[in-house]
Write a protein that binds this ligand. Structure first.
Ligand code: PAF
Length: 275
């Protein structure tokens, strides 16, 4: 695997690389990321991973400083997964001056769910993804469905800005007990780690109820949040939404997704299940 820390070096290496598949990450790689790298192989002659902890998408007081940086272990995993190129710039390579031009995510996507609880997060995320797209110029880019709203924002950005990039969403990879793999799981204490699968179990119950024809969405969301609260969680939301645009569904809409974000101690976890 070639490791590039400059944009010029990466661009030179990709000049005659053929079709390029990109998997952007912030590092601290787990099986979820590796599964995207493996899928990328069938979409590109060259598979490029990026590792960059993007300050712009963290709010003040969030975990930018303590976000786990595990570069050597990440490189070992990428080599084992057969990745061809790693782009791992330092901050001044990506942001040599304060970022003036940014991507503004429309209110109907930025003002709901994660956007409501993390104002500015999606603008920062979309800005760095746009920069990565310009730098790497991939034919295909892959993102995990665990960050469901992020995937939707990226798909819409690509469509609205006519970027010639095929976006692929990879299925969420879970631990044996159901917990969705996430870099933030590493913040959990042993007791919290034992409790953490409740988020998935709670979503599963909502999905089961929906599949059995229960369409009282507010009651299902409320009961799920209560179940979490009764077990020491602080939920930001449990929400039943349309998969297509994450807006509120009408009673008999199909194509639903149930999304949740909740804090266990100081760790904020998100998860979702398609119905
Ligand atoms: O999902 C992530 O790891 C990040 O949000 C991304 C897409 C790499 C942008 O920084």
């Amino acid at each position: 695997m070639q490791i590039h820390d400059t944009i010029a070096g990466l661009r030179a290496a990709l000049k005659n690389a053929g079709r390029v598949a990109l998997v952007p990450t912030m590092g601290n790689l787990h099986e979820g990321h590796i599964s995207l790298m493996e899928q990328a192989r069938s979409h590109g002659d060259a598979v490029v991973a990026s590792i960059f902890v993007n300050r712009l998408q963290f709010r003040p007081g969030e975990d930018f400083e303590k976000y786990p940086r595990t570069f050597q272990a990440d490189c070992d995993k990428l080599i084992a997964a057969g990745v061809d190129h790693l782009f791992a710039p330092v901050e001044t390579e990506m942001y040599p001056r304060p970022q003036g031009y940014t991507v503004a995510v429309p209110k109907e996507q930025d003002g709901i769910l994660e956007g409501e609880f993390r104002p500015g997060h999606f603008n920062g995320m979309a800005t760095v993804v746009m920069k990565l797209f310009q730098i790497v110029q991939p034919d295909t880019a892959l993102f995990g469905k665990k960050d469901y709203q992020q995937l939707m924002v990226i798909r819409n950005m690509v469509q609205d800005l006519n970027l010639p990039i095929h976006i692929i969403g990879g299925e969420t990879i879970r631990a044996a007990d159901g917990l969705a793999l996430s870099s933030r799981n590493g913040y959990l204490s042993p007791d919290q780690r034992r409790e953490a699968p409740r988020l998935f179990e709670t979503l599963t119950k909502v999905v089961d109820a929906l599949r059995h024809g229960n369409i009282d969405f507010p009651a299902l969301e409320r009961d799920a949040a209560i179940q979490l609260r009764n077990n020491q969680w602080q939920p930001d939301y449990v929400a039943i939404r349309k998969k297509s645009d994450l807006q509120l569904p009408a009673a008999h809409d199909s194509g639903l997704v149930v999304l949740a974000a909740a804090r266990l101690g100081s760790t904020r976890l998100i998860d979702n299940l398609e119905v």
